[in-house]
Design a protein around this ligand. Structure first.
Ligand code: GDP
Length: 525
């Protein structure tokens, strides 16, 4: 397997709080790389601004999201895989899982709003995985917060050292451009979407007299700041960046095509190629000859009659050749890979070959589940795909009791896709569904009726929280379960889960049962 194919791959996701500019930036990245030629091509995703009850919009989003979920393009010598993440926070669980399939992330921050709630949660996931992050502070053409304040907010909230790679010259109506601290040059800003990538004006150094002539006071103020910042911040230490401890920060305006090329350059120059991944059995090196891959996302297809789904597989090692036989470790079954798709420039195409870092889509009728590992035969299981403890619970029952069996079958499918979490109370009674966001219930109810012909009734549950419980002390675990049997349930993977109505219940149990571990997150392994 050619090492250079591994080394030229960059696989990343753009993360942000809704409205910070993720969609705009994604489109511009594709535009700059030449993958698309017209602005506006990444469309439809605006549909995330749906009203809470509008499942039609959710359907629309599902339809387009297979095609746009992975975008592959070349930039210079690099092959870049950009993985889309759902915009709506009710589907943030999917985002967390997508983040397990990337090697780096670009975090977009709205310069007027600073670090927002959703960004914090996403960052937590990145931190756990030590994903290197490139920070892009967007909307400099608006009245944004002072750059120094934004930097210290990034540092305080995200726990990373922010290393400015550029510095804004004015903001809002006064925005004149940025000073590139890496290349010691000014790049002048011109508003408008028509600005071509290669069409920027640059001035060299801090002392070019034309800077004062052109930008006046705004430049002088910026120059003071730049001198201060350049003196006070260390240069980027690549090791610390790769460990997720330092983040290069770029300022720009996505809608005005400003600052985009710098992000692409930073991705190619700084972000890592695919690295060693931990399987339960042993670490797997991307340069190994034999293929391995992990399913990090399962997407139901549009065709409701067929219930087929596409499993998104991140190639972790070896080379994928179309038609090769792959084994699913969980079941030991072999699958055919003749109609596997890739995502070149947004078109779904039949894949001939793929390398570590690439994503392939495998259409199937339920043979592949979230978290599955695919190999050429070796028993390997990649770990680390996260499930978060739900925050909303409802019981579910089929309106027609004769359809109960179909309901449980359907729920198994949906939980395998990660659409919802399913809990079976230990003492019997109606199945509980758990979601991180309320919209998940709407999608599930709609899909149960549409795809599985099961009409259901949801009823509110008194539970508000759950924790996966485990212990190295089998006796303590047994005792704990016996005493709490009334609020214990099995999740879809038969893991023991405690249900609670209030955080204080969990706090009390923690005190009473010190040998029990209560986890908010379950890693599939
Ligand atoms: P997302 O929710 O993070 O995907 O954000 P969008 O890309 O949809 O952007 C949200 C809004 O911000 C849209 O109205 C964009 O046109 C706008 N926007 C994005 N980038 C910029 C920018 O650089 N400057 C300004 N003024 N608006 C921007």
């Amino acid at each position: 397997m050619s090492l250079s194919e591994v080394n030229r791959r960059r696989t990343f996701a753009v993360i942000s709080h809704p409205d910070a500019g993720k969609t705009t930036l994604t489109e511009k990245l594709l535009l700059f790389s030449g993958a698309i030629h017209i602005a506006g091509a990444v469309k439809g995703r605006k549909s995330k601004r749906f009203a809470t009850s509008d499942w039609m919009e959710i359907e629309k989003q599902r339809g387009i999201s297979v095609a746009s979920s992975v975008m592959q393009f070349e930039y210079g010598d690099a092959v870049v895989n950009l993985l889309d993440t759902p915009g709506h926070q009710d589907f943030s669980e999917d985002t967390y899982r997508v983040l397990t399939a990337v090697d780096a992330a670009v975090m977009v921050i709205d310069g007027a709003n600073g670090v927002e709630a959703q960004t914090l949660k996403l960052l937590e996931v990145c931190r756990r995985q030590r994903t290197p992050i490139i920070t892009f502070i967007n909307k400099l053409d608006r009245d944004v917060r002072p750059p120094l304040e934004l930097l210290s907010e990034v540092e305080d909230h995200l726990g990373v050292a922010a290393i400015p790679f550029s510095w804004p010259i004015g903001t809002g109506k006064d925005f004149r451009g940025v000073y590139d601290l890496q290349r010691s040059q000014i790049r002048a800003f011109r508003a408008g979407e028509a600005v071509r990538p290669d069409d920027s004006v640059t001035l060299q150094g801090l002392d070019d007299p034309r800077a004062v002539e052109q930008f006046g006071e705004t430049w002088l103020r910026a120059k003071d700041e730049i001198e201060l910042v350049a003196g006070a911040t260390p240069t980027l230490d690549r090791e610390l960046f790769l460990a997720g401890k330092q983040s290069p920060v770029l300022f720009g305006s996505a809608i005005n095509n400003f600052g985009i090329r710098e992000i692409l350059d930073a991705l190619v120059d700084l972000a890592p190629p695919p690295k060693v991944r931990e399987a339960v059995q042993r670490p797997v090196d991307p340069a190994e000859a034999r293929f391995t891959g992990m399913v990090f996302k399962v997407q139901a297809n549009m065709d409701q009659q067929h219930r087929d789904r596409v499993a998104f597989v991140r190639v972790c090692s070896g080379k994928f050749d179309r038609g090769m036989a792959l084994t699913v470790t969980r079941t030991g079954k072999k699958i055919k890979t003749s109609n596997v798709v890739s995502f070149l420039s947004q078109r779904r195409e039949i894949t001939e070959e793929a390398y570590p870092g690439d994503i392939i889509g495998i259409p199937n009728h339920g043979t592949l589940c979230l978290g599955d590992t695919l190999t050429e035969g070796e028993m390997l299981e990649f770990s680390g795909l996260p499930f978060f403890s739900p925050e909303i619970f409802q019981t579910v029952e089929a309106l027609d009791p004769m359809r109960a069996k179909q309901l449980s079958e359907a729920l198994r499918h949906l939980s395998e896709e990660g659409a919802i979490q399913v809990f079976r109370p230990m003492r019997g009674g109606p199945t509980l569904l758990g979601a991180v966001g309320a919209l998940q219930f709407e999608v599930v109810s709609h899909r149960l009726a549409g795809e599985y012909r099961v009409e259901v009734r949801f009823s509110p549950s008194r539970y508000r929280l759950s924790r996966w419980v485990s212990s190295t002390d089998a006796t303590a675990m047994k005792r704990f379960i016996e005493f709490n049997a009334g609020r214990m349930a099995y999740d879809a993977a038969e893991q023991m889960t405690l249900l609670a109505a209030h955080p204080s219940e969990i706090a009390a149990l923690k005190e009473t049962y010190p040998a029990i571990v209560f986890s908010e997150m379950r890693e599939l392994s």
